[in-house]
Design a protein around this ligand. Sequence first.
Ligand code: M6R
Length: 366
Amino acid sequence: EKGGYDHFMLKEIYEQPRSIKDSMRGRIYPNEGKLQLGGLKQYEEKFKNADRIIIVACGTSWHAGLVGEYLIEEFARVPVEVEYASEFRYRNPIISEKDIVIAISQSGETADTMAAIELAKEKGATILGICNVVGSSIPRLTHAGVYTHAGPEIGVASTKAFTAQVTVLTLIAFYVAQIKGTVTTGKLVELLTELESVPTLVEKALKANDLIVKIAEELKDSRNCLFLGRGSGFPVALEGALKLKEISYIHAEGYPAAEMKHGPIALIDNEMPVIVIATKNSSYEKVISNIQEVKARKGIVIAIVTEGDTEVKNMADYTIEIPHADEAFLPLIATIPLQLLSYHIAVMRGCNVDQPRNLAKSVTVE
Ligand code: M6R
């Protein structure tokens, strides 16, 4: 049932080229620069008039939400707030009938997320779901939604569900952009054509596995780990840190790279691995300065770089290459090496990768 892999998690990591493809199948028409999301059709007017979009989720799904914020604000120009479902429901949040709430959940059973949905519903908002498990509770609570087609995810650490969620959020961002006319059809042709090639790029990113095994060997005895990223690389850093802590029990933190100097820099010494998303995009030069700050304090830098990069390679202790892609698609690709890194470290430490201690696949308590 593990398809020849040692663990479900590894199988699910390798399934991503397919699960990403399945999550966009039938929904994009790159040649025409068009998208179709059946579940949302009825809500076109609502999207056109929405003052803002509120995303509620927990854990990894919340990280996907942060990527969604970048994409929706960038392309659809609607303000987005991303909230931990648990915090949202215990405040007295200001919600109106013009708000659209998007709830993201792999299992569709997360108690905190369900409670947040109920609260927003009472206040008259339109609730949309992004779920993976068909027929679960959340799709039944929401007005409409878009399923991720990741297939069953058995490993407690979410991998393919995360990239499927990000894929669907990318589709929603482009879809709202199409409705609102904030992106030209020509640009959508370009974006959708590149989105269609993402599964191939993910396949290429998976080829770094052997190198990642060697890096894991060097990091496996670390007690702490810092993950840094800027822009949409920041949620990727958060997700990388969560993956490492939940399956390997190494303490890890994800930080916006520029925030390092406001505190965490005090932790850096020659025993501190710092994993940096340093791909060639708008924040490249700034990230390079952050790497210099880490190196000046003798931290161990593991950089995720764009294929062919030389500048970061000269500074970092280890570099992992990923194929070049538009900034919009970076999270889908840069997440892959971080998943593999956590996986191998956890295996080397003898951890129960698929069933980490104290964790359950769906968290049905509040
Ligand atoms: O099923 P959900 O997406 O609602 O679950 C949310 C979190 O419990 C989940 O993402 C959790 O953080 C995972 N163990 C992360 O790998």
